[in-house]
Design a protein around this ligand. Structure first.
Ligand code: PGA
Length: 260
């Protein structure tokens, strides 16, 4: 079994100094575990200074977004080429990028390509809106977003990618997807990866769940068959809760029932 992946998405919170302070706090609380990979995604401005903090070694860095061209006249954008060497991962196609900033499937596909081209591992976010869910379209939406986001990716490259299933209605809302919802979504995602890239890619690819996860609900999600980690938004700014979630990811599944 691969490592569990716990990702904290800080979104547009904290200035550079506050980001350094949170890293400092996290480094005191987060324990290193061989079976858990911990990734934090501060804002762009804080990435450089945070990368120089000596205690960062327990955690890897992710960008929250990137632009797909390597360089050029693209005012205000940050390219994968500029992020190369600074971050290990990039969150791509987050629902806020899709729905607040109008990113289209084509943009997302280009960003996945740009990340891979620059040795950055994409965390590709997919998920249905409340309307799509009530129309019974969830699984079709997931399949379509995968086909589109991963077109032009090779079966060697796909192992570098993590997929985050994040129902749009569950993000930042306090609404929790049920274990059944997540299990069927994850099964569909793995099935689609198998269809596109074959059996070994489908067993290797890491699939995360995200959407209003707290240290109270994390153990339940981590126990779901096929869930390899979590993408945490709001709660990732709370060093104590985030470190608890890392601890929960480390616990063997057989002890899951005792987590309380
Ligand atoms: P949330 O955000 O945990 O605050 O719902 C998750 C995300 O946006 O990745």
């Amino acid at each position: 079994m691969g490592k569990k992946l716990i990702v904290g998405n800080w979104k547009m919170h904290l200035d550079v100094q506050q980001s350094s302070l949170l890293v400092h706090k996290l480094s005191g609380l987060v324990k290193s575990h061989r079976d858990v990979e911990v990734v934090i995604a501060p804002g762009f401005l804080a990435l450089q200074s945070v990368s120089l903090q000596s205690h960062l070694h327990k955690m890897k860095l992710a960008a929250q977004n990137l632009y797909w061209r390597d360089e050029g006249a693209f005012t205000g954008e940050v390219s994968a080429n500029q992020l190369r060497g600074l971050v290990d991962y990039a969150i791509i196609g987050h629902s806020e990028r899709r729905h607040v900033f109008g990113e289209r499937d084509r943009d997302i596909r280009n960003k996945v390509q740009a990340a891979l081209r620059n040795q950055i591992k994409p965390i590709l976010c997919i998920g249905e809106t409340a309307g799509e869910r009530s129309d019974g379209e969830t699984l079709d939406v997931l399949r379509d977003q995968l086909v589109s986001g991963l077109s032009n990716v090779t079966s060697e490259e796909v192992a570098e990618i993590a997929i985050a299933y994040e129902p749009v209605w569950a993000i930042g809302s306090g609404d929790n997807a049920t274990a059944g919802d997540v299990e069927s979504a994850v099964k569909t995602i793995r099935g689609q990866i198998k269809h596109l890239f074959g059996v070994s890619a489908s067993s290797e690819i890491r699939i995360l769940y995200g959407g209003s996860v707290t240290s109270g609900t994390a153990p339940g999600y981590l126990e779901i068959d096929g869930v390899d980690g979590l993408l945490i938004g709001g709660v990732s700014l709370d060093a104590y809760q985030f470190s608890e979630i890392v601890k929960q990811a480390h616990k063997p599944v057989s002890n899951g029932k005792d987590k309380g």
